[in-house]
Design a protein around this ligand. Structure first.
Ligand code: MN
Length: 741
């Protein structure tokens, strides 16, 4: 093969690379036009040259990874030639000298756009990133859906190959990647209709997260195989005879469910493997002309139910109402022999292709499927992503997004019979907002199937809904708890904001009157000074709090007056370090009337928890934050969230202090770095556990170029104990830094 000629690979490496590359060529042979095949070869040449000095963790030349991703894209996902090209190039801009400009010159705008998307969403696997950073990254991934759906598809293939080759990674990293896969990538694959990719991602994630459970289930599936095959043969025998008689062309399979879904069910329903009746589903796939496929599927249904009694509650007709990912099939559960339920799935070959290959098959069959539910879904994704709400943080956003777009959906109808697809759990109020925001704002109830229901009524599949409105109705805070869709939430929030503005107007007038009476400027500087003093974010917040009488304007007397300017009373403390700055801010922000003392042993009936963001321990400077429904959360005053909490919700801050130490041990973490030396880590853990008798919860050490970075989570009684420990570690030879997390 005339490849790799101008590269620096060794002969040995070339052999390995060519083995992978030949596999790719076999897969794509005859699939794309000759022109496109050449582009694929060019992409390979460019990527191979660019990655010539890179290696995978396993030691193989790095280029084997993009080749394998390209194979997944072409073979398992059946995508187009452009996707294959992008798969080959997906890591070049991120990891090598190749720039987007070069990609654009060589392969055109479209490819450059996709590679740009892929580069933007890389780096998501970042062990040090916090949850909110992670959510921001997830959001980035989802945003690429609006650029070109192929960004996500190639990313899925990339993730699948990485999951298949996790072997050489550190355990911690494996866990992180596996969790992310379950959180985002598997649902995405599912949503885009790549059932096989989704199942494999889930199984691989389980294998890495819970290897024992995975092995156990695999083994049991193996052990019960013979008995299952016998049962399936017996079960399908009469069905086959009738199908033959009817002259239908079909294949019947009976495959066990994938390991993750078995595990999930065992856990959710708390049943043992042996007790699971639906370990497998019988699938009947029909070879039928398209115009007869629906009728023939129902013919098969009638044959199956001639032999076995169906459970009427478990008939699912995804042919008349396909799932949003395009899935079509007829599902029924019947009573088999030996008294166990068996699920039977009936579908045509076309439906089967869509079920296995999702979006790719969709494109193939597009001619007779113009506005697919999948297109509608992608449109919805775009809508949500393009109208982010200011008040929503990244984590909230991603959770909403997930629950809305990955959950099951229900089909509902307007009185005229128009169909509306909503996420499961959506209420009558969601339906109202889905029709029009004005209908939502004025919604007071609904007639569901001609019966009167409250706005909080949870919609069911097939419901027909007529919204009842009143001109007097106005949105309120509680509505946010009633609705499920982010569209409705966004509209309600913006309406509430308008209302806040109206209320704030009154406060603004009060403030201006007061300033004028004091012969002071009503300008922006003075208002800014007052806003800051009360720890509020904006002038709007200030005006609102004044109108609500949460702020006493009499306090302005404590301000210093110079000319027509106003200056907030200064803090006495000299501010030196960053910690102290936050500390001082916190004290300033604490409200005068907040003097509740809780702490130590549970005092009275006050319910409190320690905030997970900063894990306070006795001796720390702390404050309490009145949370909704979860009692009082105790934070350290140096907590990164403190300033935000105080500034946004000053009125919810209460003072707390420690009254009693050594009640329970508190979990805290220390971060340390030093010279990489096996003996050193050993010595540290010895000091912690043997000498100081402190329990270690977990320990992770990463070494890099002779230096190690580590984190130890441990249980301490109070800050005194922690300080003593930090002091001892600091004094050790080879330690570069140590401190609390
Ligand atoms: Mn990659």
């Amino acid at each position: 093969m005339a490849v790799l000629t101008h590269t620096g690979y060794t002969e040995e490496d070339k052999v390995i690379i060519q083995r992978h590359y030949r596999k790719l060529l076999r897969v794509i042979k005859g699939k794309y036009t000759e022109k496109r095949m050449k582009t694929i070869r060019d992409a390979f040449e460019l990527a191979a040259k660019a990655h010539e000095n890179d290696r995978r963790k396993s030691g193989e030349p790095y280029i084997t990874h993009p080749i394998e991703v390209a194979i997944i894209v072409a073979k398992e996902m059946q995508l187009d030639a452009t996707s294959v090209v992008c798969a080959l190039l997906h890591d070049t801009v991120e990891d090598t000298e190749i720039t987007l400009e070069i990609i654009q010159q060589e392969f055109g705008k479209k490819v450059a756009l996709i590679i740009d998307g892929l580069t933007k969403i890389s780096g998501v696997v970042d062990l040090t990133s916090s949850d909110s950073m992670q959510a921001v990254n997830f959001r980035k991934i989802l945003l690429t859906i609006s650029d070109d759906i192929r960004v996500i598809l190639v990313k899925l293939a990339d993730r699948l190959h990485n999951m298949r080759t996790l072997g050489s990674m550190k355990r911690e990293k494996k866990l992180k990647i596996a969790s992310e896969t379950l959180f985002l990538y598997a649902p995405l694959a599912h949503r885009l209709g790549f059932y096989n990719v989704k199942s494999e991602l889930e199984d691989l994630a389980l294998k890495n997260k819970e290897p024992e459970a995975y092995d156990e289930i695999t083994q049991k599936i193996q052990e019960t195989k013979a008995a299952r095959t016998r049962y399936i043969n017996e079960f399908t025998k009469p069905i086959k005879q009738s199908l033959d008689k009817a002259g239908l062309k079909y294949t019947i399979t009976g495959r066990p469910k994938h390991i993750f879904s078995i595990w999930n069910k065992m856990k959710k329903k708390n049943v043992a493997f042996e007790e699971m009746y639906d370990l497998f589903a019988i699938r009947i796939i029909l070879d039928t002309p398209p115009e007869l496929e629906k009728a023939n599927c129902w013919r098969v249904y009638s044959i199956v139910t001639d032999h076995y009694n169906p459970n009427p509650e478990r008939l699912k007709d995804f042919i008349s109402n396909p799932k949003a990912n395009g899935y079509e099939s007829l599902h029924t559960t019947v009573m088999g022999h030996k008294g166990s339920w068996v699920e039977v799935q009936i579908r045509s070959e076309r439906m089967h292709a869509i079920a296995e290959m999702g979006i790719a098959a969709h494109w193939k069959y597009k001619e007779n499927n113009t506005d697919s539910t999948l297109d509608i879904w992608i449109k919805r994704v775009r809508e949500i992503l393009q109208n982010p709400e200011e008040s929503e943080n990244a984590i909230e956003f991603i959770n909403n997004f997930k629950s809305e777009l990955f959950d099951e959906e229900i089909f509902t109808f307007s009185p005229k019979g128009d169909m509306y697809i909503l996420p499961k759990g959506a209420t009558a109020l969601d339906f109202a907002f889905n029709i029009h925001s004005m209908v939502g704002y004025q919604c007071i109830g609904a007639k569901v199937n001609h019966k009167l229901k409250p706005i909080s009524y949870e919609l069911q599949n097939g419901d027909q809904i007529e919204i009842i409105t009143s001109k007097k109705q106005r949105p309120n805070e509680d509505w946010l708890k009633v609705v499920k869709t982010s569209k409705a939430k966004g509209r309600i929030r913006s309406a509430l904001k308008d209302e806040k503005r109206t209320i704030a107007q009154e406060g603004k007038e009060m403030l201006i009157r007061r300033l004028k009476a004091m012969k002071l400027s009503t300008g922006h500087e003075n208002q800014h000074e007052i806003t800051n003093h009360f720890g509020l974010g904006t002038a709007l917040d200030l005006h609102y709090e004044i109108a609500k009488r949460n702020i006493d304007l009499a306090e302005l007397k404590k301000f210093t007056i110079k000319g027509d300017r106003l200056f907030a009373p200064k803090e006495i403390e000299e501010i030196q370090t960053k910690d102290v700055i936050i500390d001082a801010d916190v004290h300033k922000l604490m409200r005068k009337d907040a003097d509740l003392t809780i702490m130590g042993g549970m005092q009275g009936n006050i319910d409190y928890h320690f905030a997970k963001c900063c894990n306070p321990i006795p001796g720390d400077n702390v404050f309490g934050f009145v949370s909704i429904g979860q009692g009082i959360k105790i934070h350290r005053t140096t907590c990164p969230n403190a300033v935000q909490l105080m500034s946004k919700y000053g009125y919810r801050i209460v003072k707390v202090k420690w009254t009693n130490k050594k009640e329970i041990a508190f979990l805290t973490g220390i971060k340390l770095s030093g010279i990489d030396d096996i003996g050193l880590i050993n010595k540290i853990t010895k000091i912690i556990s043997s000498e100081m008798k402190i329990n270690i919860q977990s320990l992770s050490i990463e070494t890099n170029d002779g230096v190690f970075d580590g984190q130890i989570n441990l249980y301490v009684d109070d800050t005194d104990e922690l300080d003593a420990l930090l002091k001892r570690i600091k004094a050790m030879e080879g330690i570069l830094s140590v401190g609390r997390v």
